[in-house]
Design a protein around this ligand. Sequence first.
Ligand SMILES: C[S@@+](CC[C@H](N)C(=O)[O-])C[C@H]1O[C@@H](n2cnc3c(N)ncnc32)[C@H](O)[C@@H]1O
Length: 221
Amino acid sequence: MNDHHETEQDAVPQSAAEIWESRYADSDRVWTGKVNGVLADIAGALAPGNALDLGCGEGGDAVWLAQQGWHATGVDLSPTAVERGRRAAQSAGIPASALNLIAADLATWEPSQTYDLVTCSYLHSWPISFPRDEILRRATDYVAPGGHLIVTSHAEAPPWANAAHHTDHEFPTPESELNALELEPHKWEIITSELRTRETVGPDGKTAVLRDVVIHARRIE
Ligand SMILES: C[S@@+](CC[C@H](N)C(=O)[O-])C[C@H]1O[C@@H](n2cnc3c(N)ncnc32)[C@H](O)[C@@H]1O
């Protein structure tokens, strides 16, 4: 008989990387695999070039970008999520040259080039905090002159969220997101900075209306 009883403390992962990895490893799929509406809406009107998706998860947005003709790179903390994105790309017939998914921590990862589009959909992490503002601010340096930055974030927790996971989470507002980005006025044109609502279906099958913070800015120089 094994007399070691796993305590709740044993089972709690310690770092954000472990938390996200176990979240992805615990299920076959966490997200829908579909592109986020805000990205489709804004990037759908842009001419394709090189794109970078920060916190790409299972690759829904990055795969969509590649399908629209972008040369897409996605970065996420979870190797399982990244591997899932690679498989989704393969199944969609996307050539390896059009999509590069990388498992890395954005707190330390640095790109070797700039991009015509840098996008970031729902880059949140709880219960462990992470240097989100610093990551967003650095993301602005990754945008090439003439390029676009799209940041979409949860403005509130969905009604089905585990309250314990969100109690300490500070949700952004359009103002706090712009403050975090520190966009220099002579270098950036702010095209959109607003709250948008979207309808979604929760795990209980019920429809809910959620609010997102949406920032879209174009780098002038
Ligand atoms: C709410 S999910 C959104 C995933 C995806 N963008 C989407 O919309 O489906 C947040 C993602 O951010 C990733 N993430 C959190 N902290 C990160 C970090 N420091 N570096 C890279 N990715 C991170 C998580 O692994 C997770 O996949």
